[in-house]
Design a protein around this ligand. Sequence first.
Ligand SMILES: [Zn+2]
Ligand SMILES: [Zn+2]
Length: 331
Amino acid sequence: MSWLIQPRLINGPFDDPGLYLDYRFGRRAILFDLGDLGALSPRELLRVSHVFVSHAHIDHFIGFDRLLRFCLHRPGPLHLVGPPGFIDHVEHKLRGYTWNLIDESSVDFQLHVGEFDGLRLDRFVVFSAQHVFERWEGRPPELPPGIVYADSDLRIESIALDHGIPSLAFGLRETRRVNVRRGVLEARGLPKGPWLTEAKNLLRAGIVDAEIAIPGNGRVALSKLKDDLFLTGPGQSIAYVTDTAPTSENAEKILTIAADVDQLFIEAVFPERDRALAEAALHLTAWEAGRLARKARAKRLVVFHHSARYITTPDALRAEAMLAFESAETA
Ligand SMILES: [Zn+2]
Ligand SMILES: [Zn+2]
């Protein structure tokens, strides 16, 4: 069974951070951070429905303009979540342009922008193209604490790390995967229809003790259909951690959001020998990144956000992180 989401870093490790999370089925994508998006095609940008921004330092937010440029003529909302103050940052970006050519007759493109205070989405506004991006204060979506997005396929958690300012880390967890076995409906003479979605949703939620009404077949116990008709498996989990001071408080939070993930994407800005620089710049060392990945029991580690001062030894930071990831607790 394959995973729903395919994550990939947009740029090389010395360039701006950003993770593109592409849905295998359906034309949708999610972005973690808005650094330089030049490597994404217009088609890839148009697929983006949700964006989660760690913080508004320029290397994490400069891509907003390119994304807006392509999505402007696409109907529907583009959802963005960032740390406290993020709504003002988005509004200032919008105010940087002249909008005399859009009005009520324009495409109904909207920006839905939320701020995550470390516990919940506490502020939410809408900027609508048809209203010349005037700010409209709305009510944030109701979500459990620590969650910034949820649907039937996945949920996204966030935590606020200390980077001098809050820097949000994100954890995406797919719900359990449920697929219909190939050819089995035809073989059993069962019709396609909404009952299949209902059954899949119940199984995803871990509910087996239920009956499903199948047209022409009456009510059937889901427990009897489960193994015959469906393939189920665990969903994938991904964590994205960047721009965080090497403190024990941050480490504790990172271990929570990255616990047992399939893939951990984490910054490795300085080598451990330059730890003083890392502490001054409020970033992680490569060794710390690897150590955290191991302690979180991540299955795969990908590092990024290397400082340009180490470009002459391009693989050294990755190698240091991998050594810490794979080595025993002794170091
Ligand atoms: Zn950064
Ligand atoms: Zn930063």
